[in-house]
Design a protein around this ligand. Structure first.
Ligand code: FES
Length: 100
């Protein structure tokens, strides 16, 4: 087991799911665990993957969250397609509903 592994907790109502973070983006981890999340550009431009960060810190590395408005950032949202975990994080359900 990798001791550096961070944990992503997805809070949905009163239930919570936990996923180990990987070297992939947080978006990739969510997709791998079948969490409904819309995505398109995967480079932080379109803003469609918008997700609330409840606790913890994420790291965009050298990438810029251009698809995130100041207002959204102030409200605690982040773009998981270009983000990795800096610490264990707790997130809410991605903002955009996926219609299947
Ligand atoms: S998929 Fe476009 S900003 Fe995340």
């Amino acid at each position: 087991m990798n001791m550096n592994n961070k944990r992503i907790s997805l809070q949905q109502g009163t239930s919570e799911k936990h996923f180990p973070a990987t070297e992939e983006s947080i978006l990739e981890v969510l997709i791998a665990h079948s969490v409904p999340i819309k995505h398109a550009c995967q480079n932080g431009t379109c803003g469609i993957c918008l997700t609330p960060l409840i606790t913890g810190e994420i790291d965009y590395g050298s990438r810029q969250p251009r698809g995130l408005s100041d207002k959204e950032q102030a409200a605690g949202y982040f773009l998981p397609c270009i983000a990795k975990c800096k610490t264990d994080i707790r997130i809410g359900p991605p903002k955009v509903k996926v219609h299947r």
